[in-house]
Ligand binder design. Structure first.
Ligand code: DCP
Length: 912
């Protein structure tokens, strides 16, 4: 039996977090326990030692600093004329021999307002060195290592010079970003529209303006992530979206059932002699702020109201921008045009801004400007377009106010995003005896009064109708799609306005001749299901008629926590990528901790430069034309720890063998979330394992994955959260290549129990091992599995069979499952899925091959016979092909292991 855990159970209340849990888990491992205890002891004494050392060092540093200040004051007095404050805010640490000497540099710092650190501290802003070996550079990679001439030249010039011109290793010096000015290099002059709208389009912005903007960094630099997230509009939008979903849940939990808004509404109705006879039919409202970012921005700019206005990072076109070497805008533009059928939109020229418009006013839309469009394109369509900057704080305030206003009437709210929600109004309307239109007028007025921004509202008997009604109502309007009008109304709706119809599906529908819902209505349900699968076919069939059975979701439950970056990703080697991934894992970890969740499935999402795409992207440090690669790894236990997440992601990255220089976007997503509270499932699973003799639970809803990072690689052809935009005509939109990179490690590589070496049979618990910090894990492995590589050897392979629902069910196949359990899964799989997914086929084959490799022919045979019976009943060619694929693999392995094949059923002739 694998990894039987001899856990001596301690009182739960003794446990406080993973580390103490791990300690307890190891408690019965004898030597390990002692080693760990010793380690801890050392740590403890070291901690104390460190603490006192830290205390001593802190005191020493403080003392030195004090001396430095005193000396500086004296120096300043004796050289009163020579002093200045050019190094204010600069704190240097001189590393190694320098010319001029460290002493001279110290004096210069004293004289000119800087600080000299005798030891490097976290307050050190620059390291000064004349020469540093590469290995030392690597250690210091996160700091600015600058030549001493920076100090000398600055003193001579009497001003602080740009340290970037003095970086010790210029080959590594990366292009700097300036989020504030979109894709424009900071050294270039800008020219374009003015934020205030008062100046003309030609108003130029000086280099000083640019220099004053916040400098941002390349992905290899330490502050990059925080810089990126503080400027990424999509980060703000998604964070706010999640925040308001949570907020509504919180309001529902705290509600006393009273809705002051309803009382006011009744009062208002009485005053307006409203005695509307409300039917009991369900009424859903969709409410959405009009050109949200623009509306918020115009609150302080009333002079721009009624004009074409856009919110964007850039101010205008970059008339003086030199084309960067290797940029092939024409290539990218062509690509986007083909992809998005954009014949009608003017492309951007070499010097046009590729900064995106987040939101544009309805006046700008009249000229053809759209959200997500390049500013360069927009200015061609609308030369008078005024640009205004982002105001993330303002968006948050307005969103908050919007949600509070609606929540005063009802909490039957499904938050969609920061400016959009669905509301089940059935009760409010009945309680207040008001019509939908009266309610909408009242509510919208209140929203406008409170926020200074307008909203539009749509009503219908389901969410689809309500959303389409809002679209018709916009801007600043309201519309009720009455049941009697649905049929006629739907006829002219474009297929891309239906839920779930993205770029790819729309283009397939267009190819079939379906552009409007009326076109789509000509196809029968079975035709659509044959073409798009049961679920999508059925949804299309219903939606194009205005039917929608998707209920509003009031109980928000977080499904995933992730962090994606698709800008500024440029690495020269694996090490740089690894450093960044660790930081990104830290970001995901802290996001998980904030919402007190942890997860078992870790997914790495990569945007990899497409083979044919130029190395230099049209958008400065954008992602360009990319392939998208997604791979997941499932752990036995839910985690939120940065190190574990980073380790899994790095292990996936290694398997993918992507050249670091081709990486353009990296995302880490954690799913299969569970609460991160004490007494969680991790603990429970130990209890279960203990009581069941270490055998993993085989039921479909129990946690049973192995810690092996099994890969479920999905090539996707829909957008992903990595995409920093959602409209068809944007640059850098992901090019998705149908790519099958599912390379799950062969189950044959895993040794069957009978072949394990004695030291491998010791009671190391794989779960515990997987959750250990890397250094301790390595130590344990070296002691107990000296032959194992740096990766934990795992003898259980996990696979996922998809359930009929879109959500993945926790059905895992692992070596410790009994044949009966696997057969149950197989039955469920074949009976519920319309089509076998290649990944599932491969994984079942892997499982069976492993059984053969472990000479467990009986179990393999039982499962194959079961599969045959299910497929026979299914009577579907695709399933029969899948069966054939599986048994071919099994037979190949039989030949390798036994030198002979087995007699397995392979005929599916049905009796007539
Ligand atoms: N490509 C996009 C689309 C939207 N947003 C941001 C800005 C929008 O103001 C906000 C809300 O998006 P909507 O799709 O609701 O668009 P608007 O509110 O701007 O306009 P509309 O009146 O059409 O809803 O999200 C963005 O940054 N980038």
């Amino acid at each position: 039996m694998r990894g039987r855990s001899k856990v001596v159970w301690f009182s739960k209340c003794e446990l406080g977090g993973l580390s103490s849990l791990l300690e307890h888990c190891f408690a019965s491992y004898g030597i390990i326990y002692m080693r760990m205890q010793n380690r801890r002891k050392n740590h403890t004494s070291e901690d104390n030692g460190f603490a006192s050392w830290g205390g001593y060092m802190a005191a020493k540093k403080a003392k030195l600093q004090e001396q430095f200040s005193e000396d500086a004051a004296k120096e300043g007095c004796s050289h009163s004329n020579a002093g200045s404050s050019i190094f204010q805010g600069v704190a240097i640490f001189v590393n190694g021999y320098t010319v001029p000497s460290a002493d001279s540099l110290k004096r210069m710092m004293m004289l000119h307002g800087g600080v000299y650190h005798l030891y490097q501290t976290d307050k050190t802003t620059h390291i000064i060195a004349s020469n540093l070996p590469k290995c030392k550079m690597k250690l210091l990679r996160t700091l600015k290592v600058v030549k001493p001439s920076w100090i000398v030249d600055s003193v001579q010039e009497g001003r602080l010079l740009d340290y970037r011109q003095y970086l010790l290793y210029t080959s590594k010096a990366q292009a700097r970003l300036n989020f504030g000015v979109g894709e424009v290099e900071s050294s270039k002059l800008l020219q374009g529209t003015e934020t205030s709208g008062e100046k003309s389009n030609a108003a130029s912005v000086s280099t000083t303006d640019v220099a004053e903007r916040k400098q941002s960094l390349h992905a290899t630099e330490p502050d990059f992530l925080s810089e990126f997230y503080s400027h990424s509009r999509l980060h703000h939008i998604s964070t706010m979206g999640a925040l308001f979903k949570q907020y509504v849940t919180q309001l529902r939990e705290q509600s006393d059932g009273r809705f002051p808004g309803q009382e006011t509404l009744q009062e208002w109705g009485r005053r307006n002699n409203s005695s509307y006879n409300v039917s009991s039919d369900k009424v859903i409202m969709h409410i959405d702020m009009d050109c949200f970012f623009v509306s918020v921005g115009l609150r302080d700019r009333p002079h721009l109201k009624g004009l074409p206005v856009a919110v964007t990072h850039a101010k205008g076109n970059t008339t003086l921008a030199q084309q960067r070497k290797g940029v092939d805008r024409a290539f990218e533009m062509n690509y986007y045009r083909q992809k998005a059928e954009l014949e009608t939109v003017p492309s951007v020229d070499e010097t046009d801004s590729m900064s995106e418009i987040a939101s544009c006013s309805y006046e700008a839309r009249k000229c053809g400007v759209k959200n997500g469009m390049f500013l360069g394109t927009a200015l061609k369509l609308c030369p008078n377009l005024k640009t205004i900057p982002y105001d993330f704080e303002g968006y948050k305030q307005v969103s908050h106010c919007l949600y509070n206003t609606v929540a005063a009437f009802t909490l039957d709210i499904e938050a969609v995003s920061c400016d959009e929600m669905f509301v089940d109004c059935t009760d409010v309307l009945q309680c207040s005896c008001t019509s939908t239109m009266q309610f909408a007028s009242f509510l919208r007025l209140e929203i406008e009064d409170k926020t200074g921004c307008t909203a539009s509202a749509g009503f219908g008997s389901n969410r689809l109708q309500a959303r389409l009604a809002t679209k018709k109502a916009k801007p600043n309007g309201q519309f009720h799609l009455e049941p009697s009008s649905v049929s006629l109304f739907m006829r002219d709706i474009m297929v891309e306005d239906l839920p779930g119809v993205g770029r790819n599906l729309a283009s397939r529908l267009h190819t079939m001749g379906a552009r409007t819902c009326s076109d789509l209505q000509r196809f029968t349900q079975s035709q659509l299901q044959r073409e798009f699968g049961a679920k999508t076919g059925n949804a299309l069939y219903r939606h194009c008629r205005g039917d929608d059975d998707r209920a509003l979701n009031f109980g928000h439950q977080r499904k995933s926590v992730s962090a994606d970056v698709n800008y500024g990703i440029r690495f020269t080697n694996q090490e740089e990528a690894a450093v960044f991934i660790k930081q990104l894992a830290g970001e995901v970890s802290s996001r998980l901790r904030k919402v007190r969740l942890k997860g078992r499935c870790i997914t790495l999402k990569l945007m990899v430069r497409a083979k044919e795409a130029p190395i230099e992207t049209a958008k400065f440090l954008g992602h360009g034309v990319c392939d998208q690669v997604t791979r997941s790894s499932t752990l036995v236990t839910a985690v939120a720890d940065q190190d574990i997440i980073a380790r899994e992601v790095l292990s996936i990255l290694r398997q993918l063998s992507v050249r670091p220089s081709d990486l353009r976007g990296i995302g880490i997503q954690v799913t299969r979330l569970e609460s991160d509270s004490v007494g969680n499932k991790f603990l429970d699973s130990f209890l279960i394992r203990g009581t069941r003799g270490g055998q993993e639970v085989g039921s479909s809803n129990a946690a049973q994955e192995d810690s092996h990072p099994q890969s479920t690689v999905q090539a996707t052809n829909e957008g992903s959260s990595l995409q920093d935009r959602d409209t068809a005509h944007q640059a850098d939109s992901t090019v998705i290549v149908q790519q099958e990179v599912c390379t799950s490690e062969s189950g044959l590589a895993a040794k069957p129990q009978s072949q394990l070496m004695p030291h491998e049979l010791c009671d190391l618990d794989e779960e515990v091992l997987a959750a250990l910090p890397e250094d301790i894990r390595q130590e344990v492995l070296q002691t107990y599995r000296p032959s194992s590589s740096s990766e934990v050897q795992r003898d259980v392979v996990v696979t996922n069979l998809k359930s009929p629902t879109t959500e993945q069910v926790d059905t895992s196949l692992c070596s410790s499952m009994t044949a009966d359990e696997v057969r149950a899964l197989v039955k469920e799989w074949v009976s519920c899925e319309d089509m076998p997914q290649p990944c599932d086929v491969r994984m079942l084959a892997d499982y069976l091959e492993r059984q053969v490799a472990s000479r467990n022919i009986d179990d393999m045979h039982l499962v194959v016979k079961c599969l045959y019976r299910c497929v026979y009943k299914k009577n579907s060619t695709v399933w029969q092909e899948a069966y054939q694929t599986i048994i071919n693999k099994v037979q190949d392995t039989m030949l390798v292991v036994y030198g002979a094949t087995l007699k397995l059923q392979d005929s599916f002739k049905h009796d007539v």
